[in-house]
Design a protein. Structure first.
Length: 396
């Protein structure tokens, strides 16, 4: 594998000395040296002082990741073995919990491996590659996993672009093949996941603590609206928590059968729940016209979404989404506002809440807030990696 030396502009050198893992464009003085993704890069300041070693890999966050600050450490199978052994050790409590059999084993830069995440699903591993650069280490990564981690089989998702298109030949890699749906547990809730179908597997595990809280504290005797519901995971949690009725709304046609499946495997009568295939914004208008209101409203939109009628950006449009939600939330009801938009930091997100309530003439109380759960490790020198923000807000 080829290696080059990257010169880091002096004004940014201190960031890398402190452990900043992302190699970003503005910091590189000799960009012309970067030709082939997967190239090992040694970082030096303009005085020739070693700062770290990593790889060149283009993704939306930057030009690659620094993986080590040890000048003699090589990035090879042994390197990955060390990272995986440490990640496994940090998550022993998850491996010993029979009520939760799905969690994140490696969370990118939070575990010192920017560009790669590894999820554990009841014995099966799912590797998410975020650039061609990190994918070039595949053989070393697989060999290292075989030496350090106990698993049944490995699947992968290639989440980088080639020729302007995302690669979607997500496939089996090694070990034994799974039988799908694979039923996993999360705080006792069952979810059907598919590691062999498209980019998404059926449940977003970063919301584990939020789902438990909704089930345990915000559902009993309540009517619950779950918008952008995907496979209805929040609705399942609410129903198990004693909600009198759940309503799940998502634009995707597949959301209906997927939500039915999640209810069914938890022994919930899906026919007693409302599953609506409709644009969420149209549903808000419908709910207002029909005089519908809910005790708990869950808002977990994608950072960016486009339908035939509308484009949604969390940065620009979340406040208006909140205003529509406030209109159909009962007095004393709770809005669970969530975003995974990395550019929307918590202070800004709380500002959306404040503005939306002021503009609708209502008061609110902030009840709880959540960020990523423990298995989604975050590098303290890279707070941008803590992308999830969730606020429980009571409408007064």
């Amino acid at each position: 594998m080829s290696q080059v030396t990257l010169k880091i502009r002096q004004k940014f050198a201190h960031k890398f000395k402190q452990g900043q893992p992302l190699i970003f464009k503005e910091a590189i003085a000799n960009l012309d040296r970067l030709k082939e993704e997967g190239t090992i890069v040694s970082l030096e300041d303009e005085k020739g002082v070693f700062l770290g070693r990593g790889y060149y890999g283009r993704q939306n966050k930057g030009y690659g990741w620094m993986l080590t600050q040890k000048e003699t450490e090589q990035i090879d199978q042994r390197f990955f073995e060390g990272k995986f052994a440490k990640a496994w050790s940090k998550r022993k409590a998850f491996f010993n919990n029979p009520d939760t059999t799905a969690f994140r084993l490696v969370n990118g830069e939070g575990d010192g491996l920017g560009g790669l995440t590894i999820d554990y699903f009841d014995g099966f591993l799912l590797l998410n590659w975020y650039s061609e650069g990190i994918y070039s280490f595949k053989d070393d990564v697989i060999a290292a996993l075989e030496e350090t981690v106990s698993f049944k089989g490995i699947y992968e998702k290639k989440r980088f672009k080639t020729g302007g298109k995302y690669i979607e030949d997500d496939d089996f890699v090694s070990g034994e093949r799974g039988e799908f749906p694979l039923i996993v547990k999360e705080n006792g809730i069952q979810f059907a996941v598919y590691l062999n179908e498209g980019a998404m597997v059926g449940v977003f595990m970063d919301q584990r603590d939020v789902r438990r809280t909704i089930r345990d504290d915000y559902s009993k005797g309540k009517t619950v609206l779950n918008t952008f519901s995907y496979t209805g995971a929040f609705s399942v949690a609410a129903a198990l928590g004693g909600a009198t009725e759940t309503t799940s709304v998502d634009l995707a046609n597949r959301s209906y059968e997927k939500t039915v499946e999640q209810f069914a495997i938890n022994g919930i009568d899906y026919e007693a729940q409302n599953i609506v295939v409709q644009d969420v914004f149209d549903y808000f208008n419908y709910a207002v016209k029909k005089g519908l209101s809910f005790d708990t409203v869950i808002l977990d939109p994608p950072s960016f979404a486009r339908s035939k009628k509308k484009t949604f950006s969390a940065e620009k449009d979340y406040k208006d989404l909140l205003k529509q939600s406030i209109a159909i939330t009962e007095k004393g009801g709770v809005i669970v506002a969530s975003t995974n938009a990395a550019k929307v930091h918590m202070k800004k997100f709380k500002g959306f809440i404040d503005q939306a309530f002021k503009e609708t003439g209502h008061k609110y109380t902030l009840l709880e807030e959540f960020t990523l759960p423990k298995d989604f490790a975050v590098d303290p020198t890279f707070p941008e990696g803590n992308y999830l923000k969730v606020l429980f807000v009571r409408k007064r």
